[in-house]
Design a protein around this ligand. Structure first.
Ligand code: CU
Ligand code: CU
Length: 342
């Protein structure tokens, strides 16, 4: 394999280590950053790590992305046999900057054909996004020209099936000179739906995995609507920020079918960048929709004299979907007797 060196800084799961290595990389003016997502797997326990690691300076970024089947936990106690990029749903979080050369190698280690589709790339789709047979791989490169929160997904027909099985991940592109304001904390949230029949109790009394429900998908009757692959995971494992923090959230909606009406209860977005163009900022927004296959960048400040210490649920304000799992909590500071009725 051509790309085999693991370079840790791009991985949010190892923020402390990454921070140290990023400094080292800058000092030595590394030009190429390499990440092998077979070796560096996104942390998903106790919750998918929603933190976004800072972008690394290296202008060339190489990613080796394995496609593999994996057992997921799509809701507490509900397992599901998924198809994945990198062994998790969503797959890895990739963070680059406008102007970076992005080199991609995708290896299909699963028993059926798949493919990859980077919404952030301007590239001939018939070449880069061709079918990858089992044990085959595809390689291509592109320059990231557009800032934003982008979706990457498998495009093998029927695409809806490959999406409901978990084949997507977020690709974050920072503007060349940053977002204009410094954020104290950055998070990535990918909204998506599962269409799963509950598992039955097996012979030895074990609950069997939930199974794909194609008819439910075709009638858009989701069983779970989730942020980062598991229903309600951020209610217990809150996203923690400090009083006064400016928080930037990159929201990607992987669908396959629903819109995300992103909202934080108790806060206002002082900026929203639809699709991520920093010159198209909307100001003072309560809720903003992210279409299936789209992304947007949200910013809010948890200021002491406003949305200060306390708990703030983030939801899709399409509430039938929130009730199926698309709700989590941002914890600001260390509120006493923290309890949420909402
Ligand atoms: Cu696929
Ligand atoms: Cu697409």
């Amino acid at each position: 394999m051509r790309i085999n060196k693991v370079f840790l800084p791009a991985i949010a799961g190892v923020v402390a280590v990454g921070g140290f290595l990023a400094v080292t990389a800058a000092r030595h003016a590394e030009r190429v950053m390499r990440v092998d997502f077979d070796k560096v797997v996104r942390v998903t326990s106790p919750a998918y790590d929603a933190r976004l690691a800072p972008v690394v300076d290296a202008p060339i970024k190489e990613f080796r992305i394995p496609i593999k089947d994996a057992t997921l936990e799509i809701a507490k106690g509900v397992t599901y046999q998924g198809w994945t990029f990198g062994g998790t749903v969503p797959g890895p979080v990739i963070h680059v900057r406008v102007g970076d050369l992005v080199r991609v190698t995708v290896i299909n280690n699963s028993p059926m054909p798949h493919s990859i589709d980077f919404h952030a790339a301007r590239i001939p789709a018939n070449k880069a996004y061709r079918m990858i047979m089992p044990k085959d791989s595809v390689q291509f490169e592109f320059v990231a020209k557009d800032a934003g929160a982008f979706m990457v997904h498998c495009g093998t027909p029927p695409v809806t099936m490959h999406l409901m099985q978990g084949m997507y991940f977020p690709f974050i592109v920072d503007p060349k000179n940053g977002w204009g304001t410094r954020a104290d904390k950055e998070f990535v949230l990918v909204q998506s739906e599962f269409y799963a029949k509950p598992g039955e109790t097996g012979k030895v009394g074990v609950l069997l995995p939930a199974t794909p429900d194609w008819n439910a998908e075709q009638t858009k009757n989701a069983s779970q609507v989730v942020f980062n692959g598991r229903a309600f995971q951020y209610k217990e494992n809150t996203l923690k920020v400090d009083v006064g923090d400016r928080v930037r959230i990159f929201v990607v909606n992987a669908g396959p079918n629903f819109e995300s009406d992103f909202h934080i209860v108790g806060a206002i977005f002082d900026r929203v960048y639809p699709d991520g163009n920093p010159s198209h900022a909307l100001e003072d927004v309560q809720t903003y929709h992210v279409p299936a296959g789209g992304g947007a960048v949200f910013e809010t400040v948890f200021a002491k004299d406003g949305s200060g210490e306390g708990l703030y649920p983030f939801v899709t304000h399409s509430f039938a979907d929130a009730e199926k799992g698309a709700v989590g909590i941002i914890q600001v500071g260390e509120p006493k007797n923290a309890h949420m009725d909402h």
